[in-house]
Design a protein around this ligand. Structure first.
Ligand SMILES: Nc1ncnc2c1ncn2[C@@H]1O[C@H](COP(=O)(O)OP(=O)(O)OP(=O)(O)O)[C@@H](O)[C@H]1O
Length: 305
């Protein structure tokens, strides 16, 4: 009885307010500024409605929300692949009018040329960006090392595992040196363990590089592992419901009880935003959680474990 009561109290414990705070970024100081952004597709689906978001240079911002809340549409508007039907998107104060070399979009598929080796894929991308031939090989090898693919520079993509392909794709993205990296669920197709390794690798690279990253995910824990900010979105119409700064030291660990408590809090906020009936956060010890995606209610938010 007493144990149940203690567990219930733990479940209801709020995340310390200094760890999870609303973000306030002045548009004048923003690297990326999105104002009153609307987008509806030809079939009249309102993918985004009145989205306002400012991102500082060097931030790692995760767009988090259930399927259909407009995360990818927002990312593609930043990439310049979608022309929004209303509002504005600017980088360094310049309106985005299409794709540009300052931004690079990465997907779940590694999208490597199958007939080129790992190094060949990177040098090809460098050539396309106008990097002189004499510099390409050295630069490719630097980034192959950075993603810990030494020894695989001359390997073809079909000889690599899914995680290695994703590392090659990340090396290529970093080698071309965009100031903004846009990532659309890049680790979504990887198994759980490889995914955690990729998150750790990306975090260590990001900490060194200082790049601005906008990262789309369904996975609450992934967002909390990686993000300096987590932007919560909801569907019908696609919109931002909360913009939170995550004040947990890096490198982070999925075993951190604060991260686990935050994940419960965020899941609760997302359910509230969707208008789902609210229930108390789950009664379970902070350290272990064994929910599977299929047991999650209504939203497609999944967990890493
Ligand atoms: N090309 C398109 N034409 C028409 N409707 C679209 C198109 N692309 C997306 N949509 C719709 O716009 C809404 C937002 O889609 P979007 O892919 O941006 O959401 P999302 O949050 O990224 O979803 P998911 O996580 O499932 O990828 C959805 O209702 C979707 O069906």
């Amino acid at each position: 009885m007493l144990r149940r009561l203690i567990e219930r109290m733990r479940g209801l414990r709020r995340v310390a307010p200094h760890l999870l705070r609303p973000a306030h970024v002045n548009a004048d100081r923003a690297k990326i500024s999105i104002a009153q952004l609307d987008h509806h597709y030809a079939n009249k689906v309102v993918a985004l409605k009145d989205v306002n978001l400012n991102v500082r240079s060097g931030e790692f911002v995760c767009l988090l929300g259930p399927s259909g809340c407009g995360k990818s549409t927002l990312l593609y508007a930043l990439a310049g692949h979608v022309s929004p039907t209303g509002g504005s998107v600017a980088i360094d104060g310049k309106p985005i009018q299409g794709p540009g070399p300052d931004r690079l979009l990465m997907f779940q598929e590694a999208a490597l040329f199958p007939w080129l080796t790992v190094r060949g894929n990177i040098t090809f991308a460098l050539g396309a960006r106008g990097v002189p031939r004499s510099e390409r090989r050295e630069r490719a090898d630097t980034f192959i090392q950075r993603v810990r693919l030494e020894g695989f520079a001359d390997t073809l993509p079909h000889q690599l595992s899914g995680g290695m392909k994703m590392r090659a794709s990340l090396a290529r993205a970093l080698a071309v040196d965009p100031t903004v990296l846009l990532m659309d669920e890049p680790f979504g197709a990887l198994d759980a363990q490889t995914r955690v390794h990729m998150q750790e690798l990306l975090q260590s690279i990001w900490l060194r590089s200082g790049k601005t990253v906008v990262f789309v995910t369904h996975d609450v824990q992934e967002a909390l592992m990686l993000g300096t900010r987590v932007v919560l979105m909801a569907p019908r119409p696609g919109r931002v419901v909360e913009d939170l700064e995550i004040h947990l030291p890096m490198p982070r660990s999925l075993e951190d009880p604060s991260l686990d408590a935050m994940a419960r809090d965020i899941r609760h906020r997302l359910r509230a935003a969707e208008g789902a009936p609210l229930e108390a956060p789950p009664e379970e010890p902070l350290q272990r959680r064994t929910r599977t995606p299929s047991s999650l209610p209504r939203t497609r938010i999944v967990t890493s474990r």
